[in-house]
Write a protein that binds this ligand. Structure first.
Ligand SMILES: [Zn+2]
Length: 86
């Protein structure tokens, strides 16, 4: 199939690829934050690093409490920016 791409077709395809990469990057960042959150101490439920967050009833939560996510996000961002030019 000798289908010729115009520059517009190419630009559209690059745009699609760019969006897919952006989604992948967001997913990767989210996974990184979740992984790092596990290594943070939780100020909400006092879960120690390596332990899941727990509810007031003592049940493990599916999501980490906000303080851990905030701490993990700060760590991830700090790591990211430290790669930059200084
Ligand atoms: Zn917690």
């Amino acid at each position: 199939m000798a289908e010729r791409l115009t520059l517009v077709d190419l630009a559209v395809q690059l745009d699609v690829i760019g969006e897919e990469l952006a989604v992948l990057a967001r997913d990767a960042q989210e996974a990184l934050i979740q992984a790092r959150a596990l290594h943070e101490q939780c100020d909400t439920c006092n879960s120690r690093p390596g332990k899941r967050c727990i509810t007031r009833n003592g049940r493990a939560t599916r999501m980490f409490h906000r303080p851990r996510i905030v701490a993990a996000t700060a760590t991830a961002d700090a790591t990211h920016t430290s790669d930059g030019s200084e």
